[in-house]
Ligand binder design. Sequence first.
Ligand SMILES: Cc1ncc(COP(=O)(O)O)c(C=O)c1O
Ligand SMILES: Nc1ccccc1C(=O)C[C@H](N)C(=O)O
Length: 394
Amino acid sequence: MSDPAERAAALDEKDELRPVREKFVLDDTVYLDGNSLGALPGHVPARVADVITREWGELRIRSWEESGWWTAPERVGDRIAPLLGAAPGQVVAGDSTSVNVFKAVVGAVRMAGAGRDEILADEASFPTDGYIAESAARMTGCTLRALPAARIPVEAGPRTALALVNHVDYRTGRLNDLPAVTAALHDAGALAVWDLCHSAGALPVRLDAHGVDLAVGCTYKYLNGGPGAPAYLYVREELQARFDSPLPGWNSHAVPFGMDPAYAPADGIIRGRVGTPDILSMLALEAALDVWDGVSVEAVRAKSLALGDFFLECVDAYVPEGRVRCVTPREHPQRGSQIALACADAGTVMTELIRRGVVGDFRHPDVLRFGFTPLYTSFADVARAARVLGEVVG
Ligand SMILES: Cc1ncc(COP(=O)(O)O)c(C=O)c1O
Ligand SMILES: Nc1ccccc1C(=O)C[C@H](N)C(=O)O
């Protein structure tokens, strides 16, 4: 191919998302780890300082009402919803993804019809999902079957209560077929529970359009909410009245300040709440979501795929043939927003890449992971990452 650096400059020149990069705090490292921790939007520190000094420091307890702290989980949920293709009132922010997986899986078992005592789980999912699903299965008297995501449509049957599937495989970057798997689960009378950690903010998800039942995800990756930022839970509107949370804390009560010893769930997505929300993180996330103003997920997806294609071309140009093996599907419909390259010495290669200013991550046992966040990743970043990779492994 013609000089990658020149190609990169031309691609950056016509990139419609280029101005969004200016909204982030970046330096001269190439940051390709936004699929683990998104970069900091530049306006967030001032907002967090205001929350601390004024809302907490001056207004103190009054802020639960006057600063909108109490209703932040639903409000932030509604800010996330468009990125998931969800109408308002179906997403609540709070807790970790792990905790929301628990709520969603147990909630789904409780909604499943009689005789449905089997949980299917995507065997390649991020480990926390499998651990929680296994515990949820034991607690609910279900059996858990871990399978490749592609087998779920075929294996789902009359005993299946739900399947828990990762939309994008955290290791390989493979995009699972959400519409087809969801439809097959519904045909079998089962519920579809999706983990969107590696897809939300990177590609269109369209939860409502595809009739997804429940979904969870984190906000510290492509949503740039900050380390340990609150996760979210989606419960499809039609199912909310039947959603019986296994963690019915007082924040999910119909009258939380009634202090009634008897539990009565709130209507709507509020019943997905548990206890007091982590306000500092919640409001940092809320501010971080401002970077999406005027940005379409479709534009993000188009750039994400273009970055991935260009990275692969640059790897072909710079890295000796056979030295690394791409484990991410090259076909667009099967690809998330990362490229994963396998090589035997991946751990030491990544350490050296980071030392030379190219930050990706290593995933056990042999994967180099390069994540592309279209809001701030440039084509020049991608060309430089491939060039430095070529120098390190060459
Ligand atoms: C698919 C997936 N699920 C869950 C998690 C983690 O959940 P938690 O935020 O509870 O640590 C991650 C990443 O950490 C992930 O990639
Ligand atoms: N939450 C973290 C805390 C510390 C280090 C990494 C993470 C990740 O999120 C890892 C990510 N889920 C992954 O797909 O590898």
